[in-house]
Design a protein around this ligand. Sequence first.
Ligand code: TYD
Ligand code: MG
Length: 463
Amino acid sequence: MSRARSSFVCQNCGAVTQRWQGKCDSCGEWNTIVEEATASGVGAAAARSARKGRLIALERLSGASAPAPRLTTGLAELDRVAGGGLVPGSVVLLGGEPGIGKSTLLIQACAALAQRGERVVYVSGEEAVDQVRLRAARLGLTAAPVELAAETSVSDIVATLQAGRRPALAVIDSIQTMWTDAVESTPGTVTQVRASAQALIRYAKTTGACVILVGHVTKDGQIAGPRVVEHMVDAVVNFEADGGHHFRILRASKNRFGPTDEIGVFEMTGAGLAEVTNPSALFLSGREAGAPGAAVLASMEGTRPLLVEVQALCAPSALGMPRRSVVGWDANRLAMVIAVLETHAGVRLGQHDVYLSVAGGMRIVEPAADLAAAAALVSSLTGAAPPADCVYFGEIGLSGAVRQVPHAGLRLKEAAKLGFSAAVCPPAGREPLDVAGVAARSIAQIAELVADIAARAQARRGR
Ligand code: TYD
Ligand code: MG
């Protein structure tokens, strides 16, 4: 055999190069390439042993298989995101920024399960047992028979899990701290994270225990390192906070056993995470429902739906050239919407300063915000508030036509989930607009939106 060589592995995306580079060609990240020993990767051990393959039994698609039984944790919001409970033998990756509450959420789920008589093991690679105990004491969960360990060696963890009764749930907090001696790379590298995840996944699949892996995400939302783990696990769930508020949102970005468009909402309180059964109340707590000049936008953040409030103020201007000021949106887009409103709907804004802002420090880039911005502008100008339970989305064309935007169904579903019962949107396209609980009104022209709000202003004056 030739002498042991090393290769260079990007710690962000896992791409392998033969020499060191400052920038990874594959994902474009800088300073992520680290030297690792060759023949240390996944499957290297198998490649070394030249055993003859054994025959495997091939099956038919039509074979009988029982529907996946579900392990409900007792935290309804978590179960919902998992698709109605965790599936035995499945592996879930829980991602989130440090300090968001991943450990808190999982210790609460573990305690709830253990109190129902299931064997639950919580392994922390980041905190000492005492720290975990302190948190449990703060949460009032010390009575729950959760089995705790502070350990980072995957082979020791798997051996421990295999001894005794099969646990219903094992939590590994976090996968970045785990290491296995099956590979030669240093702990924390992509190769180690991948090999550790693989060992734990193999354990889950062979025994039918549920495993939840915690993964930290970087500032841009990627699960650092374990991005390479995402395709190996059954579900990827992200825990996030919205704009510095005390509420937390759990979303699945991948789920082999359920939908990915469900969200779970929690509130971080002094006594841990409280489930929020009526999220709209929390989301709109800072919102003045029924105030003119504000419209709720059902937007998409990548593949995720998100409701935000768009606020506008149209004030008579003393300036020759009125001000146009935008926070959280595109100034050119605002100029275009104003021009279309003037040309195709007879809305006169030439003598007004216009301020537009997306509430909560959000930044919206997609054109679907046009309709909400137009509704907020017309509402501010006429003094008539849009209906408080209505969301808006749709792109406005230069001709005044309201154009379709992707994921109408997801937007409406999110609106329904958050307690909205009406929507103003583009005509139905490929996606049907019949989502339970939301009356969707399709409009084809921007003039229809303006007429709706003008009618409300008329009714208000008539009162
Ligand atoms: P933690 O679960 O340790 O976050 P992660 O595991 O995602 O890094 O949560 C840490 C934060 O949560 C910490 O800043 C304090 C806050 N917290 C509360 O506000 N109330 C509580 O009851 C607990 C346990 C934590
Ligand atoms: Mg933690």
